[in-house]
Design a protein around this ligand. Sequence first.
Ligand code: WQD
Length: 351
Amino acid sequence: MKKILVTGGCGYIGSHTIVDLIQNGFNVISADDNSRSRPNILDGVEKITGKKVKNYTVDLCNFDDTHAVFVENPDIDGIIHFAAYKAVGESVEKPLLYFENNMNSLINILKCAVEFNVNNFVFSSSCTVYGNPVSIPVTEDTPTQQAESPYGYTKQMGEQIVQQTVNSNQIQSILLRYFNPVGAHPSNQIGEIPIGRPANLVPAITQTAIGKLPQMSVHGDDYPTRDGSCLRDYIHVSDIAHAHTLALNYLLDKKNKSNCEIFNLGSGNGYTVLEAIKTFEKVSNQKLNYVIGPRRPGDITAIYANNEKARKVLGWETKYDLEDMMRTAWEWELRLNKEENLFNGQNPSLN
Ligand code: WQD
C-alpha cells in the first residue's frame, strides 16, 4: 500500500482528499500545524473511511520539525502539498506573512522530498495564477497574468519553485490549478470551517441563510456579464479531491509526459454570483437576505476552465453539479449550527 504525505491534511481540500486517497487504497499521513484548521476534522475522515489518520502537528516553516516527519516515515511514496495561507484579503494586508509562510513551507517540503527521494509531488495551485485572463475559458496554456494579490503571487512563485526544483533531480510533479472549490462531502462528516467572517461566496451564503451573518452583499452587479455579477467556475470539493488521487496514480504509474505537468480543475461551467444565489435558494428553499453592494477590489469579471486536459489525460470526470454543491454546503452549515461545539473547542483562535 503506497504511503502519501498530505500537508494541510486538516484543511478543507486536504481532508476531502485524504478521504478519496484512503477510499482508493492509499495509506495516508497528514502534517498540519492546525493554525488555520481543526485536528478533529480527521475524526470525520475516520467516520467516513474507518481509518484513523495520524496528523503530525508541525510548522512546516521549521525545517528540523519537517525533516523529523520524513525520518519517522522513510517509506513515503508521494506528497500532496496543500499547506498554505489562502485568504486573498488577508494577503493584501499582510504580504510578508504570506510570502514567509507559503514559500518557506514549500521549500522545506521540497528539500525533504529531494533528501528522502520522494519522487512524486502534487502541488496545490489556483486559477488565481491566470489573473484577469486574456480569454475564457482558460486552458493550461492561457498565459498567466500579473497576480491580483500576494496570495496569487505565492501560487505563481510556488509553481516556479516546483518547476525549477524538479528540473535538477528525480522528482516528478503535477500542478493542480483549482477554480472555486465549494460544497462538502455528501456524508456531511467533513466540510469547510471558515475562520472568522467568510470572504468566499458559498460560506457567506450559508452563514447568511442560517443567521450567523445578518445579511450578505453581492460585490457589484455592474460587470459586463449576463446579469452584471461576476462569473466563476464553482467545482465540488469532492471532485477536486478525486483529481488528486488520479494525479498521484498518473505519476506512480509513470504515465506523465514531463517532470512538471499542469491541470485545470474546474467544472468547465461558469456561473454568476446571482445565479449561484438563486441555485442556493432553490435547493435550500431559503430566501437569501442579500443586497447589491460595491465591487470588491481585486475581483476579476469572469473566469472559468477548459478542463479537457484533466478529463482526457487523467480520466477525471466531475460528479457534482451546482445544485449538489449548494445542497452539500447547506447541509454542512446546518450540521455545524446544530452541533455548535463540533469544531469550536479545539482551537479558540479559530472561533
Ligand atoms: C467569488 C465571487 C466575489 C463573497 C478566491 C481566490 C481563489 C480561491 C477561491 C483559494 C466574487 C463574490 C464573494 C461575498 C460576493 N482561493 N462574493 N459576496 O475571489 O473567485 O477566488 O477564492 O484557492 O484563489 O482568489 O472566490 O468566493 O471570494 O468570490 O459577491 O460575500 O463571489 O466578489 O465575484 P474568488 P470568492
